[in-house]
Design a protein around this ligand. Structure first.
Ligand code: A3P
Length: 319
């Protein structure tokens, strides 16, 4: 059993302790500024270790997303797709475990589980890591990447509610305005949000067979279509027979907000792989497109739209 060497651990800790950090959101973990992104130690330790140690295999399928853009949903969907022949209806792990414990962010379990990062029989590896910070072997190999992002206005509103719940109780809550300012400046979990999106967007243009770039809003409009697209992309296409039997619809239903959010496991309990820092139910708030309209002033929406336009200009991407 080869554990991570003390020298590697020490190097990682030294790197982190040399970084500027900020806790404007008043969370249990401040954000450290690493290679252009703002990342909490909970994730950053594993990201740095993976950069040094992780070797991609062509069969790996990375499931990537910035926080609050549909991570829980894409984890559930991809898991249901690739394991659809493994379980009876009643034994599907999605019924008894939260998607974040079924597919933990690999960076959060990296040091504890190394070298057993992959789960037997499941090719999926979930991460919030920005594209440019992925281990080089992941960028270079033929392994697949599925990425999902979302309208930054809804991401911000979702993030604000989420962080209001995970902050330490002894900390004063922060105002929507304060949070908004930090989000616009890129000082948010895995921010700047736009840079996260652009990294994967560019990769998807350069290597369309490697990176599947998805938007939450599109997936909401026609989930079945995207379930089929994802399945085909990751090499698990539905047979005609499966389609006729309603397998696609079954997966859509089992991974829907309504279904998952009402399961006991997702109403109670906390995420094991995140040291129980967040409750399972925090990942299921409303699951709607356009909830920003209930929270942002028109000026705020306008400002975010302008930043988005400016940041994405010339990329061919709109959000
Ligand atoms: P809201 O806060 O807008 O409701 P992430 O999973 O990346 O942390 O993102 C969480 C957001 O996705 C939350 O958005 C949450 O409600 C929504 N969500 C969670 N599960 C979902 C599902 N099965 N289908 C659609 N949206 C879902």
């Amino acid at each position: 059993e080869e554990a991570i060497s003390p020298a590697t651990m020490e190097r990682m800790r030294k790197t982190i302790s040399s970084l500027p950090n900020d806790n404007g959101w008043r969370l249990p973990f401040p954000f450290y500024f690493y290679e252009g992104f703002s990342i909490s130690t909970l994730f950053l330790e594993g990201i740095i270790l993976a950069q040094e140690l992780f070797q991609a295999e062509p069969s790996d399928i990375f499931i990537c997303s910035p926080p609050k853009s549909g991570t829980t949903w894409i984890k559930a969907l991809t898991f249901a797709i690739v394991t659809r022949t493994h379980f009876q209806n009643s034994t599907n792990p999605l019924l008894s475990k939260t998607p974040h414990d079924i597919l933990p962010f690999y960076e959060t379990i990296f040091s504890k589980r190394w070298p057993h990062i992959r789960q037997p029989g499941i090719p999926l590896i979930a991460t919030h890591t920005p594209y440019t910070l992925l281990p080089k072997s992941v960028q270079d190999s033929d392994c697949k990447i599925v990425y999902v992002c979302r309208d930054p206005k809804d991401v911000f509103v979702s993030l604000f509610h989420f962080f209001a719940k995970v902050r330490f109780k002894e900390h004063e809550p922060i105002s929507l305005e304060e949070a908004f300012e930090m989000f616009c400046e890129g000082k948010s979990s895995f921010g700047p949000y736009w840079n996260h999106v652009l990294g994967y967007w560019k990769a998807s243009l350069e290597r369309p067979k490697k990176v599947l770039f998805l938007k939450y809003e599109d997936m909401m409009t026609d989930t079945a279509l995207y379930v089929k697209k994802i399945a085909e992309f990751v090499g698990y296409p539905f047979s005609l027979e499966e389609e006729e039997e309603g397998m696609v619809e079954k997966i859509v239903e089992m991974c829907s907000f309504e279904f998952l959010s009402n399961l006991e496991v997702n109403r109670e309990g906390a995420v094991e792989s995140l040291s129980k820092l967040s409750q399972n139910n925090l990942y299921f708030r409303k699951g709607k497109v356009g909830d920003w309209k209930n929270y942002l002033t028109l000026e705020m929406a306008d400002r975010l739209n302008k930043i988005t336009e400016q940041k994405l200009s010339g990329s061919g991407l709109t959000l």
